[in-house]
Design a protein around this ligand. Structure first.
Ligand code: PGA
Length: 260
């Protein structure tokens, strides 16, 4: 981390926790986290859509809880005949602050494309929320020394047409696909090398201020045991946590690892 940027720890619950479990989880999290944690770290939780109103109501009711609500996905259009989808304006109305765009599971299982990620990123920004734009290479690409090229293509396409100021305000999550849900974390050096490469790409394309401001998360089997080491890297500004965010005790420890 670098003191110029505020750390962001995000819990991506994926398709876990129904709304009662969600309430239990945020209650426990609220008990574990303090004002000092929220003062130093931005903490977002990204529950399934069916839980969002419950989590929002809890956050609104508890004045000392600084949790920020996040979404895992959205549709770029404001409204329309898109069965099963949820629009950015619906999310904004629920006080959602962060929306994940282009998670590798969405790309892999639901056919999301780089162009679609770009469209969503623009829509999220237009609705005054912060996109978390996900990029990451497969194991084959890494082994063929294609990791930087793959991430660079995804990043260029995902951020195409954005203004430098908007790019500086958003979040990029580097999530090597081979590390997601596999228990196989990238080493802190690997994470730093790619996060630094991403910052250089942003600087080259959008200028030094955007490069300095953009926050870059690492994701892929992040947990309490490896959080401090990952976060000690100068270009790793936070973590996008899947499995380990489902347990409030574990997730709170990860948040607290970002407090130094
Ligand atoms: P994981 O997932 O922490 O379970 O590996 C990370 C993610 O997909 O965001």
């Amino acid at each position: 981390m670098n003191s110029a940027r505020r750390p962001l720890i995000s819990g991506n619950w994926k398709m876990h926790h129904h709304h009662l479990e969600a309430l239990h989880c945020v209650e426990k999290l609220a008990f574990r986290l303090s004002k000092e944690d929220y003062a130093r770290v931005d903490v977002s939780v990204h529950p399934p859509f069916t839980d969002m109103r419950t989590v929002q109501t809890f956050i609104l009711a508890e004045k000392n809880v600084g949790l920020l609500l996040g979404a895992q996905h959205c549709h770029a259009a404001d409204k329309g005949a898109f069965t099963g989808e949820v629009s950015v304006s619906m999310l904004a109305k629920l006080d959602v602050r962060y929306v994940i765009a282009g998670h590798s599971e969405r790309r892999q299982f639901f056919g999301e494309t780089d162009a679609g990620v770009n469209e969503k990123t623009k829509a999220i920004l237009k609705a005054a929320m912060t996109p978390i734009v996900c990029v990451g290479e497969t194991l084959e690409e890494r082994e063929a020394d294609q990791a930087v090229a793959r991430v660079s293509t995804q990043l260029a396409a995902g951020l195409a047409g954005l203004k430098a100021d908007a790019v500086g305000s958003l979040v990029v999550a580097y999530e090597p696909i081979w590390a997601i849900g596999t228990g196989r974390t990238a080493t802190a050096d690997d994470a730093q090398a790619m996060c630094s490469a991403i910052r250089s790409m942003v600087t080259a394309e959008f200028g030094p201020e955007a490069g300095l401001r953009v926050r870059i998360q690492y994701g892929g089997s992040a947990k309490a045991a490896n959080a401090s080491e990952l976060l000690s890297q100068s270009d790793v500004d936070g973590l996008l946590v899947g499995g380990a965010s489902l347990d409030a005790d574990e997730f709170a420890k990860i948040v607290q690892a970002a407090r130094f």
